[in-house]
Ligand binder design. Structure first.
Ligand code: GLP
Length: 244
């Protein structure tokens, strides 16, 4: 595991973007695993900035997003599809058919999960997966207790996660109760993983991650067994109070 400490959010975002842009330049048809949340917004801004300045091309790149709320249309500004379009896809030249995000409106959720797993079969494991971390150690929407062998599945969100994500909604009762997430096994199949740690109140999650005990009670701990993991930490938010 490589560990990079950065002074602030901007530096963290820039560092991750530099590494990812480097990989895209080396391999045009890179398969990227992409997250949402507050953590990667600066990273996406850096990718867009670089695209405009240096024309790094995404024409052959593919992306697989890690999760989506159930019951939410991609036109809904709270959906992760909308978020991705807004922060990244509308600004770069990735082809629509190369973008994969679970369909939050699928009537047959199990069928949707099955189809999502087929994407990995078709385009291979991810080359680079970028992750944030939740306060309870969740990655994607893999909540504590999720099997390390999990593939794409439906998740009932914990109260803690719903409360945490309520800041993006008008009120807690508007936060969806369930989501579709990429499983932990699929994440671990990625050739390389970047874990970004930033945000008020993440100190406990970070400390728990560092203690290294690999347990399904703390999903991010699985990453310790990955052969090519880089953890990038925004020091300015570690040891800050939880202002959720
Ligand atoms: C959300 C997302 C995760 C994200 C995490 C942290 O629930 N499903 O992919 O990493 O919470 O969110 P944030 O980056 O806003 O702190």
């Amino acid at each position: 595991m490589k560990h990079i400490m950065t002074e602030n959010y901007e530096e963290m975002s820039r560092k991750v973007a530099e590494m990812v842009i480097g990989r895209i330049r080396e391999q045009g048809n890179l398969v990227l695993g992409l997250p949402t949340g507050n953590t990667p917004i600066g990273f996406y801004q850096e990718l867009v900035k670089d695209y405009k300045l240096n024309y790094t091309s995404y024409q052959h790149a593919r992306s697989i997003n890690i999760d989506e709320y159930i019951g939410m249309s991609g036109d809904d500004p709270k959906s992760y599809r909308y978020y991705m379009n807004h922060h990244l896809f509308m600004h770069i030249n990735m082809k629509k058919e190369n973008i994969h995000i679970p369909n939050g409106l699928a009537v047959d959720v199990e069928g949707e999960c099955f189809c999502y797993d087929q994407v990995f079969e078709e385009i291979g494991p991810m080359d680079v997966l970028i992750l944030g971390i939740g306060h309870n150690g969740h990655i994607g929407f893999n909540e504590p207790g999720t099997s390390f062998q999990s593939t794409t599945h439906k998740v009932e969100l914990t109260e803690e996660t719903r409360q945490m994500n309520a800041r993006h909604f008008k009120s807690l009762d508007r936060v969806p109760e369930a989501a579709i997430t990429m499983g932990l096994k699929s994440m671990m199949d990625s050739k390389e993983i970047f874990l970004m740690v930033t945000g008020d109140g993440k100190t406990e999650a970070y400390t728990q991650f560092l203690n290294g005990r690999v347990t399904e009670d703390f999903p991010a701990s699985i990453l310790h067994s990955h052969p090519n993991l880089t953890v990038i930490v925004d020091q300015s938010t570690i040891n800050t109070p939880d202002n959720r």
